[in-house]
Design a protein around this ligand. Structure first.
Ligand code: ADP
Ligand code: MG
Length: 625
């Protein structure tokens, strides 16, 4: 409990003690009135204040207003009747505050457990300086500095390992419990925990641009995207609360007036009391509280598994996904190409690879990374000028004053180079030097291990159609599509064609269904944003993906897509359960209250009870297993 909650608890205890004293101590009427007043003000002053402020700001009809009117009314009734029984007014406030406290503890708890999951913000970093190691604030470390990460410490900033080797625990980011081995030359990502060896890391980013900061930002902003169900609640409250207030007014006035007209005693007190009870019952707190809490818990549960969802509206869309469209490279396949042959190069294979690797030295495309890896050396960037990357085609550049082009058939046709088509299955990188054809490099990618299972899991989770889109050649696409078993595939698409295909698939969706696009964020940002929901996978370390997508899968496990859908379904189910349950109990109580069958005590019990159950139900969304 935090300080505010402790204060609330003390207030509840003091008010309860005063209430007890007023009932048990044999006090004269005036003194007991004073004790009641003290109890009432102890427990209710802040609500009275908020209600008054609400009226002043012309935002009446909130729950504070309801509570204030109902309890002040009950006091007025007791005064008029001269009963001296102010128990009801105090007790109503007391229970209301207990409910509020419970809710605040529950919300705090779920916030904290999300914060704990997301407790990835490092406090300090060990910077290597001339005078040895210095502990500094990570925000002060410039790019290119060398930091030392001891075993057990969290890596504070993204960088490259330049000394030592170790296992790093990425669980906080990916939910993946098997440590990843890293050694000299590997990239490490902030937020992971160094497990066994001392690592020397050269930073490649500033703290503010490191993975940790991006993720924290994303999580902090996610609750500001409201879902339709949440909007429903605020719209509902705007209609509901005034309706209830006028209903109560009618209940207080109409029946007594009717009785007057009929010539019987009007019983103003009786109907006034019923109207006040009606007001207390009507407070929709269970709904107002439990719905955002359910979404919040759903987002938290998902992030625990390395699935970051940027807002509760996406949770809602995700639960209705019927078509899932995949990008091929890096999504269905690993995006780690092996060179399987160099053809038509007349013995100049080495040179071909070298020129290709140099021309590709600035690209982040998986093909380019694979070529550089095969080249084996760090490309000498001073030899390269005028690099141009043409999306869906390849790259052109000037290397050692010779113009080099590396890419697919489309690129060759575009440049007017006669090329020799490749007859083997795989991805082909044609290379032209000084405008004439120099041969091609055949590279092949491997599927991720569990894509088949992931597609089966999607079908089981209610997805009706899976589609693969790729810029790669027909033959390579067919082979992958058949091997993993997608329902449909389209090949040789430029990024713009992918958008068109997605638009067409959007039109074919079943009623109310949604389309998700899964990509790696590399040159598919337009599609990610055109789909109803964009899912980026393998996002660890890729800023582009974290920016462009609505849902970010921190590792590249395709099974997580089905998990994300399941989590969203569960969360939405909980939300609907709470709406139906709360409204049903509420309507029942309102009816009983109007008929005079339920008093204020029953009303408040029902309200707190519904709220507690709804909140407990909401917390289920945090557990995802
Ligand atoms: P995918 O749809 O499979 O993700 P992309 O749209 O990224 O593929 O690229 C489509 C095709 O364009 C690739 O298969 C490759 O032939 C070519 N290409 C794109 N970028 C490059 C590059 N940097 N170097 C060589 N070829 C490239
Ligand atoms: Mg791609």
């Amino acid at each position: 409990m935090n300080r505010k909650q402790k204060k609330a608890l003390y207030r509840i205890l003091i008010a309860a003690a005063l209430l007890l004293a007023a009932n048990l101590a044999p006090l004269p009427y005036g003194a007991s009135c004073l004790v009641y007043a003290a109890a009432y003000l102890t427990i209710g002053w802040d609500i009275l204040r908020k209600a008054a402020l609400g009226v002043k700001n012309r935002r009446i009809f909130d729950e504070n207003f309801l509570m204030a009117v109902a309890t002040l009314g009950a006091i007025a009734l007791a005064v008029v009747e001269g009963s001296g029984d102010f128990n009801e007014a105090v007790a109503v406030m007391l229970f209301y505050q207990i409910g509020e406290l419970f809710q605040s503890v529950a919300v705090g708890k779920s916030r904290r457990s999300i914060a704990a999951l997301m407790d990835i913000r490092p406090d300090s970093a060990n910077l290597e300086t001339e005078n040895g190691l210095e502990q500094v604030d990570p925000e002060e470390i410039p790019v290119g500095s060398v930091i030392v990460v001891q075993p057990g410490e969290r890596i504070p900033i993204d960088g490259t390992v330049i000394g030592g080797s170790s296992g790093v625990d990425t669980a906080a980011l990916t939910g993946e419990s098997v440590p990843r081995d890293v050694t000299v030359g590997d990239e490490v990502i902030s937020g992971c925990i160094n497990l066994s060896g001392v690592l020397r890391v050269q930073t490649t980013k500033k703290f503010g641009e490191s993975t940790v900061s991006k993720i924290l930002e994303l999580v902090e902003n996610s609750s500001s995207h409201k879902s339709q169900s949440e909007n429903f609640i605020s719209k509902f409250a705007r209609v509901y609360t005034p309706a209830v207030c006028y209903g109560a007014l009618a209940l207080a006035l109409l029946p007594p007036l009717a009785r007057l007209a009929a010539g019987v005693p009007p019983a103003f007190g009786d109907w006034g009391y019923r109207a006040l009870t009606f007001l207390v019952i009507s407070c929709p707190c269970a709904l107002v509280i439990s719905i955002p809490l359910s979404f919040f818990a759903g987002l938290g549960g998902a992030s625990r598994e390395g699935i970051l969802i940027k807002g509760s509206n996406y949770l809602e869309t995700l639960s209705r996904v019927k078509t899932v469209v995949f990008d091929k490279t890096g999504t269905i396949t690993r995006g780690v190409f092996e060179v399987s042959g160099v053809h038509h190069c007349e013995g100049r294979g080495e040179e071909l690879i070298e020129y290709a690797a140099l021309a590709e030295c600035a690209s982040s495309h998986p093909i380019s990374q694979s070529l550089r890896r095969h080249y084996g050396k760090e490309p000498d960037r001073d030899r390269v000028r005028d690099i141009e990357e043409i999306s869906g085609h390849g790259v052109t550049a000037t290397v050692d004053d010779r113009t080099v082009a590396a890419g697919n058939d489309k690129l060759m046709r575009r440049l007017g180079v006669d090329y020799i088509p490749c007859h083997s299955v795989g991805t082909v990188v044609h290379v032209a030097i000084d405008g004439s054809y120099a041969g091609h490099i055949l590279i092949s990618d491997v599927e991720k291990e569990n894509v088949r299972e992931a597609l089966a899991a999607l079908r089981e989770a209610g997805v009706e159609k899976t589609v693969m889109l790729t810029g790669d050649m027909e033959s390579a696409a067919r082979q992958v599509a058949e091997s993993v078993g997608v329902d449909e595939y389209h090949s040789e698409l430029l990024p713009g064609d992918k958008v068109e295909k997605v638009e067409q698939l959007l039109k074919e969706l079943p009623n109310g269904g949604k389309l998700a696009f899964v990509g790696d964020g590399i040159n598919d940002a337009p599609v990610l944003s055109r789909a109803d929901i964009g899912i980026a996978m393998g996002a660890l370390g890729s800023d582009a993906a974290i920016e462009a997508a609505d849902v970010v899968l921190m590792d590249d496990d395709p099974m997580k897509i089905a998990r994300a859908i399941r989590i969203s379904r569960k969360c939405l189910r909980i939300v609907y359960e709470n709406i139906v349950f709360a409204l049903a109990v509420k309507l029942g109580c309102l009816l009983l209250g109007a008929l005079g069958l339920a008093g204020m005590w029953a009303a408040i019990f029902a309200d707190v009870g519904v709220m507690v159950l709804a909140v407990l139900n909401a917390m289920r969304a945090l557990r995802t297993k």
